[in-house]
Write a protein that binds this ligand. Sequence first.
Ligand SMILES: [Zn+2]
Length: 350
Amino acid sequence: MLSRVRLVIAAVLLACSSLFFVQQLQDKQKKELATENKIPIVFHEKYDVAFWGIENLHPMDTKKFGKVFNYLVKNLGIEPQRFYKPEKLQEHELLKVHSQQYLEYLRSSHAIAEIAEVSLLQFIPNFLLRWKLLTPMLYATSGTILATQLAMEHGWALNLAGGFHHAKYDQGGGFCFYADIPLALHKIHEKNPDLDILVIDLDAHQGNGLASFFKDSENIYLFDMYNTKIYPQDIKEARETDFNVPVPFGIHDEEYLSTLKRELPKTIESVKPGLIVYNAGTDIFIQDPLGGMNITEQGILKRDEFVFMQALERKIPIVMLLSGGYGEKNAEVISRSLENLLNNHLNWDK
Ligand SMILES: [Zn+2]
């Protein structure tokens, strides 16, 4: 009797362990499939700035990147392994777009405090600021480079961060430390020197950093639509912008979208770009504390859809970067707009 009980127990144990191993194997296969079956969306968990609460001194929601990622995983059922993960950017790479002097300037806490617009940061040791604040920016910059290359291969790509459009060769500003877009385009031009590129900057703020880089470029063009009454009001760079489209403070959906629909298609037709970089700041949102515009969530959804359709219909590769957006609801608005693009317009293996 005892031996029969032992036999039954052994059989049950064997069955359970076999089931466990089959489950493990299935999970592993699923993971491998997801890893192979990637979507051109770039994200790294290090994008979010976590600084023991100090990050809350700036109105920016520094966790918005992770929130958007979580939304796409949860609501669209995209396995985390299907996202591309950038490597941390090596600092020497920055010398392609920044002066040595500027990079050394960032070794002072005062400089970082000034660019981040949080004066208290000047009292924090520089190594801590570099670790907690600049490291996420290095990942985001690397993400923009990767996403731009992916757009050339796949026709479209998203970086769930980036768009630091105020950074200049020897100067940062407005929470922008590194010129991610100029660096990404520098790398594209290393492979395709003759490629014409159009950068569409629809962040609420003027992309004065981008203008400073591209004014002397023969084949990078800047279309910049922004609120003239807020930072940086860089009139010198506005004069040098190829397609400068200032809009009034407090603009609403109808006027905003009709201006975009009037100005953008003819710009694309005149440039005939081989790549579009879309700096899709959501600080135009009505609840954003800094943008000074009154665009609704539906307006942002229509804006993003319109820009993407302009590129997709002409078969022009497009890469989108999140750029500015400082309210609590910005992550939600971005997420729902990306959901609309991914469900209705972008080609990917669901
Ligand atoms: Zn902005």
